[in-house]
Design a protein around this ligand. Structure first.
Ligand SMILES: *Cc1c(COP(=O)(O)O)cnc(C)c1O
Length: 382
C-alpha cells in the first residue's frame, strides 16, 4: 500500500503504541483516585503534560487535554467568545480555515456575534492588510490557522500575533497541521491559544491539546468534575495522553532530518508530475508551504475518478473536494484562491509522511499519468 493522505490522518508510530500499552491494563487507574494505581496514572498524565510543554516552549499549566483538534478549536473560539461577550462581539477568522473553525464561528453568528472572514490570495495566503482593516473596537478574537490542511500554505502567524498583541485581542491558531512539520516555539511568538491533534502526527485518534496562555480567559464547554483546571471536565484519556506526548516528542526531535527527506520526495513528485502530465498546476505558495503537501489541479479529469483508479493500485490520496451527501463540492479553499470550478473538480492532494519512500513516488509517477491519459481519452471534452 502507498499511503499519501497524511493530512487526513497518520498511522500510529510503533514507538508511540508501545508507550501507550501499559496504560490500558497495568496502569489503568483513574488519575483522580488517591490510591497507588490512580496516582501512577496521574504521574503519567502530568509527565506527559511536561513533555508537551517542553516541545512547545510553554508551561505545563498552559497545556489542556481535549479529544482532538475539533474540540480544541471549539473550546478556543466559543470559550473566548462566551467569556468576553461583554467586552465585544466581533471575531476575525479566514475563509480558508478548517470546518472545525468555520462552523463554530458560523454557530456564534446565530448567537449574536459577528464574524469577519478574511480572504486569501491566489497562493492561499491570508491577506494581512484586510485582516488589519477588519479590526474594530469590538474585536475580541482572531483565529487564523498556522498551516492549511488542503494546500499546506504557512500563514504569517508571527505577524498576526504582533497585530493582535498591539490591539489587545486574543489570538488563536489552529496548528493541527503545523506541529511536527514546522518548528513551533511559544516562547518566541505571542500566540494566546493553539490547537493540536494526536492523530495528525503519528499519535492516537481522539486526543488533542489546547494551549491557553496564562492570561487568557475562556469559558469551559464541558462541565463536570474539576479536571484540567476546571476547563475541561471528564476523566483523562490516559493512554491517549501518554501516546500524544511521545508522538510530539518524536516529531520535535526528528523534524529537521524528516523535513529534508520529505522535501526530496516532494520535489521528485512535483517535478515528475509536471514532466509527465500536461495541463497540471501545483497549488499554493512555492516557499511558504510545508514540505509534505502537494496539491495539484489536472484539467479534464474528475478528481474522484482519479482517486478511484489510484485506489485500484493500492495508492491512497485525497481530492480537493469534500464529498458531502453524495455530491462532490469543490474545495472552499481552492475556490477562495480563485481556481475555476472545472479545475478545482480535477484536484488531488498528496500528503507525504514518515513511511513513504522513493519507490512509492516512482510508483505514483508511473501510475498517475496512465490514469489521467485513460480518463482524458474517455472524456467527452476531448
Ligand atoms: C484534522 C484537522 C482538524 C481536526 O482535528 P481532529 O483531531 O480530527 O478533530 C482541525 N484542523 C485542521 C487544520 C486539521 O487538519
Amino acid at each position: 500500500m502507498i499511503y499519501l493522505d497524511h493530512n487526513a490522518t497518520t498511522m500510529v508510530d510503533e514507538r508511540v503504541l508501545s508507550k501507550m500499552m501499559p496504560y490500558f491494563i497495568n496502569i489503568f487507574g483513574n488519575p483522580s483516585s488517591l490510591h497507588r494505581v490512580g496516582q501512577d496514572a496521574r504521574k503519567a498524565v502530568e509527565e506527559s503534560r511536561e513533555t508537551i510543554a517542553n516541545c512547545l516552549g510553554c508551561n505545563p499549566e498552559e497545556v489542556y487535554f481535549t479529544s482532538g483538534g475539533t474540540e480544541s478549536n471549539n473550546l478556543a473560539i466559543k470559550g473566548t467568545a462566551w467569556r468576553n461577550r461583554k467586552k465585544g462581539n466581533h471575531i476575525i477568522t479566514s475563509t480558508i480555515e478548517h470546518h472545525a473553525v468555520l462552523n463554530p464561528c458560523e454557530w456564534l453568528e446565530k448567537e449574536g456575534f459577528s464574524v469577519s472572514y478574511i480572504p486569501a490570495d491566489s497562493k492561499g495566503i491570508v491577506d494581512i492588510d484586510a485582516l488589519k482593516r477588519a479590526i474594530i473596537p469590538e474585536t475580541i478574537l482572531i483565529s487564523i490557522m498556522w498551516v492549511n490542511n488542503e494546500i499546506g500554505t504557512i500563514q504569517a502567524v508571527e505577524e498576526i500575533a504582533e497585530i493582535s498583541k498591539e490591539r489587545d485581542i486574543t489570538f488563536h491558531t489552529d496548528a493541527v497541521q503545523a506541529i511536527g512539520k514546522i518548528p513551533v516555539n511559544l516562547k518566541k511568538i505571542d500566540i494566546d491559544m493553539l490547537s493540536l491533534s494526536g492523530h495528525k502526527l503519528y499519535g492516537p485518534k481522539g486526543i488533542g491539546v489546547l494551549f491557553v496562555r496564562k492570561e487568557s480567559k475562556i469559558e469551559p464547554l464541558i462541565h463536570g468534575g474539576s479536571h484540567e483546571r476546571n476547563l475541561r471536565a471528564g476523566t483523562e484519556n490516559v493512554p491517549g495522553i501518554v501516546g500524544l506526548a511521545e508522538a510530539i516528542n518524536i516529531a520535535t526531535t526528528e523534524i529537521k532530518e524528516e523535513n529534508e527527506r520529505l522535501l526530496g520526495l516532494r520535489n521528485k513528485l512535483e517535478q515528475g508530475l509536471i514532466g509527465r502530465i500536461s495541463d497540471i498546476i501545483i497549488y499554493g505558495h512555492s516557499k511558504k508551504r510545508v514540505v509534505n503537501t502537494v496539491s495539484v489541479g489536472i484539467r479534464n479529469v474528475e478528481g474522484e475518478s482519479v482517486l478511484m483508479y489510484l485506489d485500484f493500485e493500492d495508492i491512497y490520496a485525497s481530492s480537493g473536494s469534500a464529498c458531502a451527501s453524495g455530491s462532490a463540492e469543490p474545495s472552499h479553499v481552492l475556490l477562495e484562491m480563485g481556481v475555476d470550478q472545472q479545475l478545482a473538480s480535477g484536484s488531488l492532494r498528496f500528503s507525504l509522511g514518515r513511511e513513504n519512500t522513493e519507490e512509492d513516488i516512482d510508483k505514483v509517477l508511473i501510475t498517475l499519468p496512465q490514469i489521467v491519459e485513460k480518463l482524458r481519452s474517455m472524456s467527452p471534452d476531448r
